[in-house]
Design a protein around this ligand. Structure first.
Ligand code: G4P
Length: 285
């Protein structure tokens, strides 16, 4: 399946980010804790040279806690300050605020020595579509300052958001990049809903998910849909068979009692994306 998705508005958005990068002290990059590496735009590294960098592994509530801890260790010392995060949790922001102050300590100190008082820290919030940028900003602002939506690409235009006297955030649209270098990246981004579902074969994607889960979380599908235990296999016919069983278990049938594979695929993906299959990490360091 071809996963590549880089519509024109993303090129424009990335250009806007490049034009504004000189205005900020810090990049707050959000990635998805379930696919922390695949969820990072490689172009941000070049753009963010010389800037302080905070990396939030957002949706940590949906990821496997032990794997997230491994990722935090792996990212530490890579020029970013990594932090697991759950933008939906109230009371989650104090750690971020103090991490922001910590990563910008040099700049704050420099200002102090020069006698500059009250200059706010300016941060660019960046990340792939649907990663939770708007939810994060609204959480930090404790109000509805950014638009949220479950369709990739909903955050539009450019907006500065003032959070008190000490912090200003530049909200940016979710951007991907022109070429996914490694084969698993597009697939992982599709799984978490950061690509446009309308361009994807969701039945094939769901079959891939079944195979991935079979490897690392063999009980997830069986438990959720109350299916019979099966010997572990990784061939595609097995995934198709499992999908048909899900359809039957959930009574998703077409005329004549034929399992509706498309609806079963959508259900499985939705259940995975919203955490109903349990806490799952698709990528390991
Ligand atoms: P974006 O601006 O980066 O495009 O993402 P946005 O904030 O719109 O969030 C996309 C979806 O992810 C939203 O779900 C949001 O609630 C959810 N989300 C964001 N952060 C987290 C998190 O840390 N944990 C979990 N579990 N979910 C998170 P939605 O279905 O579109 O909206 P809603 O029904 O939740 O309001």
């Amino acid at each position: 399946m071809n996963y590549q998705w880089f519509p024109g508005h993303m090129t424009k958005a990335f250009r806007m980010m490049q034009e504004n990068i000189k205005l900020v002290d810090l990049i707050i990059e959000l990635t998805d804790a379930r696919v922390p590496k695949a969820g990072r735009n490689p172009d941000l590294d070049a753009m963010g040279k010389g800037k302080a960098r905070l990396l939030l592994l957002n949706k940590a509530d949906l990821a496997d806690e032990a794997v997230t801890a491994q990722w935090i260790a792996a990212f530490t010392g890579e020029g970013v300050t990594p932090l697991p995060f759950n933008a939906k949790e109230s009371g989650s922001t104090e750690r971020v605020r103090s991490a922001i102050r910590e990563t910008c300590r040099e700049r704050i100190e420099r200002d102090r020595k020069r006698g500059i008082v009250g200059r706010p820290i300016r941060a660019m919030v960046a990340g792939i579509p649907n990663v939770g940028k708007s939810t994060f900003i609204n959480r930090l602002a404790a109000r509805s300052a950014a638009k949220t939506g479950n369709k990739p690409g909903v955050t539009k235009g450019k907006q500065w958001i003032s959070l008190g006297k000490e912090l200003q955030l530049l909200d940016t649209p979710g951007v991907l990049w022109p070429k996914f270098e490694e084969p698993g990246i597009g697939r992982d981004l599709a799984m978490i809903g950061s690509l446009n579902d309308e361009n994807l074969d969701l039945t094939e994607l769901a079959a891939e998910l079944i195979i991935l889960l079979q490897q690392d979380y063999p009980e997830a599908v069986t438990r959720r849909y109350e299916l019979s235990e099966e010997p572990r296999e990784t061939a595609l016919p097995y995934a198709a068979q499992r999908l048909a069983e899900i359809a039957e278990a959930k009574n998703l049938l077409k005329q004549g009692g034929v399992p509706d594979m498309d609806r079963a695929a959508s259900l499985l993906l939705e259940d995975f994306r919203s955490g109903r299959l349990g806490r799952i990490s698709l990528e390991r360091p």
